[in-house]
Design a protein around this ligand. Structure first.
Ligand code: ROI
Length: 161
């Protein structure tokens, strides 16, 4: 199954956080990397008194079960010093499961497609960079979502290293 992950960081050298997360994810048994978007800089959604974010999207091939993938990503977040402080506050590393093939899941801990992705420039634009032709369960064609989504200050920073 092909899955898409959204990565974000706005503390402690965000570019390094994303680089380390990418390597850690690609090294998990049962996961292989398929694609990784450019890095994007985006103003914080939520509390404005926090640094800008660096965001990216990663496509993986995985045979892990959805909840196995979730606990694995939480493990990577914790390894990389994620401090879970206030909701919508600054974070060293956030990994969201965006899509799991064409699955629709509504579990207490895991909603797929990710509930906020259809309105978030920092998810839609990097996703469209690596998979422009996606059709997203419940939300429709990615290209249509992108066309309706203002950039909200999103800027491409660089290729991912
Ligand atoms: N804002 C941006 N721009 N990027 C994020 O990854 C991000 N992640 C979050 C909140 C705090 C909602 N804001 C964000 O968790």
């Amino acid at each position: 199954m092909i899955a898409y992950l959204g990565l974000g960081s706005n503390l402690e050298t965000p570019i390094e956080q994303l680089r380390a997360a990418r390597l850690a994810i690609a090294n998990v048994n049962g996961i292989s990397e398929i694609a990784f978007s450019s890095l994007y800089c985006s103003p914080p959604m939520g509390s404005q008194v926090q640094p800008d974010y660096v965001n990216a999207v990663m496509a993986i091939e995985t045979d892990l079960l959805p909840l196995e993938l979730l606990t694995t990503m939480q493990h990577v977040e914790n390894e990389h010093g994620r401090v879970r402080n206030e909701r919508w506050g600054a974070r060293t590393l956030d990994i969201d499961i965006l899509l799991l093939g064409d699955k629709v899941l509504d579990l207490p801990d895991l909603i797929v497609p990710h509930y906020g992705m259809a309105e978030r420039a920092f998810v839609l634009y990097p996703l469209a960079e690596i998979s422009p032709d996606l059709d997203i369960p419940k939300y429709g064609k990615l290209a249509d979502l992108v066309a309706c989504c203002p950039l909200d200050g999103l800027e491409r920073l660089s290729d991912a290293a």
